[in-house]
Ligand binder design. Structure first.
Ligand code: NAD
Length: 380
């Protein structure tokens, strides 16, 4: 196998999911390339060293610029807060490194455009970690839609609900809480959670052309962890929007961190003229499917347990009937990326695909301010 030397930046939640994927991918997928955990980079050297020991990274850097300058690194993996993605990615592209970047691609569309231009100029393989595309049940949904099983699509309905920021005493900013700080996150649930829903939606149902949105910030001020000062909250705590797709279908999207009782309830449902499908992250190995063309007496919603070798990715795992989970979506994404390096085909979603999601997020946030329908800019 050919070694592919990875330099990971950030050892938080995503640093762990990515490291796990790099370590396991060759155990389950037959690939020409093998990721080598060459270096972990984070600002706190002690913590980074502890992470390196735990996960098997060969070396530690505390400045991402030094990591990018190293000749022994082939691929830079960006698992840091949103406001750092652009600078790191553009420097990595300039240095000719392959790049995996966490979502959302950027703080906003214009920043994302610069990233896409840098990647294009450098001609380096790139991918953005919209991992829900790689849940086998979601990939199966994509296959069914592409085969025309649903027929003309009328409706797309997505939700991503959480409840972890309801307390007014929760501070904003700093480790673990950067998502509440608009300067680090760019936006609230729109860029954090709805970006996932939008990426899946575009992948399954094509481009979105117009949106109208409302957002709310329920807790207006929070103490900032780093400054100790009580400061205005700049993120959207909740967002709901209506959308029209290019294919004529209508959509509703909703996300909040104030839905008491829900931790990470990502669901979508799609209704077509012949059939409907529905999926729920809390039950991620199942796809719900209703086909109106079935014989009337036994027609009804089927709950497809996606564990059969005929179903996406599952031949690489256990025996039929035994399911996989969240971590595997990242393993699948690495597998698809490494496979793409064996051919001239690029892996998706790439930076350009992720820019389209960014454009939708921007239009949603704009509409929430203007109170009008806003057009989503077309990708150039
Ligand atoms: N694909 C997904 O489902 C998913 C899920 C969660 C988070 N994310 C995305 O992943 C990214 C990271 O989120 P997270 O939940 O892992 O955050 P986290 O807070 O758990 O970890 C962030 C890491 O970045 C490091 N860091 C911050 N600034 C740095 C800098 N300048 N140089 C080096 N290291 C730096 C921190 O020390 C920490 O290790 C975000 O962009 C987020 O939106 C994606």
């Amino acid at each position: 196998m050919k070694p592919l030397n990875v330099g990971l930046i950030g050892y938080g939640f995503m640093g762990r999911t990515h490291s796990n994927a790099f370590r396991k991918v060759n155990n389950f997928f037959d690939l020409e390339y093998q990721p080598v955990l060459k270096a972990i980079c984070a600002r706190d050297g002690e913590k980074a060293t502890a992470f390196a020991k735990k996960w098997g990274y060969e070396s530690v850097e505390t400045d991402w610029r030094k990591l990018i300058a190293r000749d022994d690194i082939d691929l830079i993996d960006i698992a840091t807060p949103n406001n750092t993605h652009a600078e790191i990615a553009m420097a990595a592209a300039k240095a000719g490194k392959m790049i995996l970047c966490e979502k959302p691609l950027s703080m906003n569309g214009p920043e994302g455009e610069k990233m896409v231009a840098a990647i294009k100029k450098a001609g380096v393989p790139n991918m953005v970690w919209y991992n829900y595309r790689r849940v086998p049940a979601v990939t199966l949904a994509k296959q069914l839609i592409d085969e025309g099983k649903l027929g003309r699509i009328f409706h797309y309905r997505a939700k991503f609900l959480q409840d972890w920021t309801i307390s007014k005493d929760l501070p904003q900013g700093g480790a673990g809480l950067w998502r509440l700080d608009v300067k680090a996150a760019g936006s609230g649930v729109t860029g954090d959670l709805l970006a996932h829903c939008i990426d899946t939606a575009i992948w399954l149902n094509g481009s979105i052309n117009t949106v109208t949105a409302m957002t709310e910030t329920f807790i207006k001020e929070r103490k900032h962890t780093l400054t100790g000062k009580v400061q205005k909250v700049g993120i959207d705590d909740a967002c709901a929007f209506l959308a029209r797709f290019n294919n004529g279908s209508l959509a509703t999207f909703e996300s909040t961190r104030y839905a008491r009782g829900h931790k990470a309830l990502y669901t979508f449902e799609i209704n077509g003229e012949n059939a409907s499908i529905a999926w729920d992250l809390h039950d991620l190995h199942r796809l719900q499917y209703f086909d109106h063309r079935d014989e009337g007496r036994t027609r009804g919603w089927r709950s497809i347990h996606v564990t059969d070798p005929d179903q996406p990715y599952m031949k690489n795992w256990w025996v039929p009937g035994l399911q996989i989970g969240y971590e595997h979506t990242f393993i699948h994404q690495v597998a698809d990326f490494l496979k793409s390096l064996e051919s001239t085909k690029s892996a998706h979603p790439d930076f350009r695909d992720a820019l389209e999601t960014q454009y939708v997020c921007d239009a949603v946030l704009k509409s929430a301010k203007t109170g009008k329908w806003e057009k989503v800019p077309k990708l150039k």
